[in-house]
Design a protein around this ligand. Structure first.
Ligand code: AMP
Length: 560
């Protein structure tokens, strides 16, 4: 089936099927990404039925990459980037070198020439930005040092890929075994490429840093939300486009720098929120497009080479990253996170492979191996993260040394097998952000036995040494809530802003303990009703309380 509007086809069918398979994946309790990838395979050219245009899908996916990296940049300052350079740069370069060597070794085993080995090795060494960032965001790790190191690592890999993409064509002759090579020409290309990257970053840091926030401030003051949203989108897309077309920098890196420039402005948070829904929709299309490129026949025609390729990416890279990050002085938890996060490949590998095949350096079979390994490892990646979550208590113990903690502390993180708290007659607080942390202080002051459940990563650190138990995880996860011993608790406070999630938590808690006092937080009338319906004892509506406090102040004398 083909209509004459391929763009509409891919958006509608891609998003529609991603939703259907995503829902199915959710039902089967696997990662949503698996659903999106399978949706891609279904509309891809290698399966019967409707076939979407893969080239178009990849371009749409690129918009997802731009918005994603823009969002990451918004939460990143130049200082953040500089503070991780001692780990991220040597780590990423070392890991790239080892993975490339492994790739070369594998290519030799397949009987490919040396040049093919180099390109193949490079393809196996660069992780997918989208996949790694999604994992970090799902675990709310973007704001932690570990998250910063991972982003620094990705930026370094990105720069190396940019260099590889421009240097491969002039180097192709040498890689094919010809000796006719002008080192001068290579030197000039290298200098021009690096010069352009530096020029772009300098332009952004000197001019962009002033102009972009000024434009957004101006637009924010017009009071038009619509115009503001448009301005944010325009900045992200235009900067990424100019970065690529004029400066030869990748879309992802261009968008990242655009976001970083805005980070110092107070508008950044608002700007980030404006791009969220679009970003998520396009990120879904990214996974659909990866699925589309996958040719399932490779599983039958080349099973062993495929397994060996997967082993380089899924075992070689993680082990190298683990050792390098440890050697560079970071904790086991950080090293393990990077190891697991980097055990996959994606968009950059496809670009490099395409170029290599175009230059006649790489045999076409390499593309099937790379795409096959990519989709299978992206599917496996969430499972690796589940494994990492299981190992986390053990890793944290390795990191902390066996120093006994002064207070009752730290129940273990996420998922089944979580040890049940020994607290009874206690208060359980879900969410420890702006609202929850004030509540926690109040409860501690009143000497409540307290257990906090928080999805963010730094809460355990924050309460270290204080008489609080912390479970780090999503309270909507039944295994997490179960570990809080709700049947014997006296009070549950759900201090998170998201009404749907809060509703789920309240509902489960009410089933676990019909007489529990449950106080929940809401921000609009329907949320109050929703939480009431699910069994909350009291629902506090933030906006009403603010209005009440404002009215209280209204009667006071002018100086108070
Ligand atoms: P705030 O809006 O500043 O009070 O922050 C809300 C806090 O709740 C943040 O720290 C989130 O990490 C946390 N949070 C949101 N949803 C959940 C959840 N389902 N389980 C645990 N913590 C959550």
């Amino acid at each position: 089936m083909h209509t004459d509007s391929p763009l509409i086809d891919i958006v509608v069918v891609g998003i529609g099927l991603a939703f259907v398979f995503g829902a199915l994946a959710n039902r089967l309790k696997t990662s949503l990404l698996a659903g999106y990838l399978v949706a891609g395979v279904a509309v891809g050219p290698f399966t019967p039925g409707f076939v979407a245009d893969p080239a178009l899908a990849l371009q749409l996916a690129e918009i997802g990459v731009i918005l994603l990296m823009f969002g990451v940049g918004l939460h990143f300052s130049v200082d953040d980037l500089l503070s991780v350079r001692r780990v991220a740069i040597p780590g990423a370069l070392g890991q790239l070198a080892v993975a490339t060597l492994l790739g070369i070794g594998l290519a030799r085993l397949f009987g490919w020439p040396m040049g093919a080995g180099v390109v193949f090795g490079l393809c196996l060494s660069v992780a997918s930005t989208v996949v790694l960032l999604r994992s970090l965001q799902d675990r709310r790790l973007m704001e932690t040092r570990r998250g910063h190191i991972a982003v620094g690592w990705l930026v370094t890999q990105d720069l190396v890929t940019v260099l590889a993409l421009v240097l491969l064509p002039p180097l192709a002759g040498l890689l094919k075994g010809s000796t006719a090579l002008s080192t001068e020409a290579i030197g000039v290309t290298l200098a021009i490429t690096l010069g352009k990257v530096v020029a772009f970053v300098a332009l952004m840091l000197i001019v962009g840093r002033r102009v972009i926030p000024a434009v957004l401030h101006y637009v924010a003051h017009t009071g038009s939300r619509e115009l503001f949203r448009l301005a944010v989108l325009a900045v992200a897309l235009v900067v990424a486009f100019v970065a690529t077309e004029v400066f030869g920098v990748s879309f992802a890196l261009g968008a990242f720098v655009a976001g970083m420039v805005l980070n110092e402005s107070q508008l950044s948070q608002r700007a980030a929120e404006e791009t969220l829904p679009l970003r998520d929709a396009f990120a879904v299309l990214f996974f659909v497009s990866v699925g589309m490129l996958f040719n399932p026949a490779v599983l039958v025609t080349h099973p062993l080479p495929l397994l060996a390729t997967m082993a380089v990416i899924g075992i070689g890279t993680p082990l190298t990253a683990l050792l390098l990050v440890r050697t560079l002085g970071e904790t086991w938890s950080t090293a393990a996170l990077l190891a697991v996060g980097l055990a996959q490949i994606g968009e950059f590998s496809f670009l490099l492979a395409d170029l290599g095949i175009g230059l006649d350096l790489l045999p076409a079979m390499a593309r099937d191996l790379i795409l096959g390994a990519s989709i299978l490892l992206i599917l496996l990646n969430p499972l690796l993260f589940v494994g990492l979550d299981r190992l986390r208590p053990w890793l944290e113990r390795l990191d902390v040394h066996p120093v006994p903690e002064p207070a009752a502390q730290v129940a273990e993180p996420e998922h089944e097998g979580l040890p049940m708290t020994h607290l009874t007659d206690h208060a359980v607080l879900v969410g420890c952000g702006r609202v929850g942390s004030l509540v926690a202080e109040g409860l501690l002051h009143a000497a409540w036995p307290l257990l906090v459940i928080e999805a963010g990563d730094d809460t355990i650190e924050r309460f270290r040494g204080r008489p609080v138990e912390v479970i780090s995880g999503n309270a909507a996860d039944p295994a997490v809530l179960q570990a809080a011993n709700l049947p014997e608790a006296r009070l549950l406070l759900v201090a998170i802003p998201e009404a749907f999630e809060a509703g789920q938590i309240v509902e489960q808690a009410r089933i676990a303990n019909p007489s529990l006092r449950i106080i929940a937080r809401a921000h609009f009338d329907e949320a109050v009703e929703h939480l009431d319906r699910h069994g909350a004892t009291v629902v506090v509506m933030g906006e009403r309380e603010i209005a009440r406090a404002m009215l209280d102040h209204a009667d006071k004398p002018a100086t108070a």
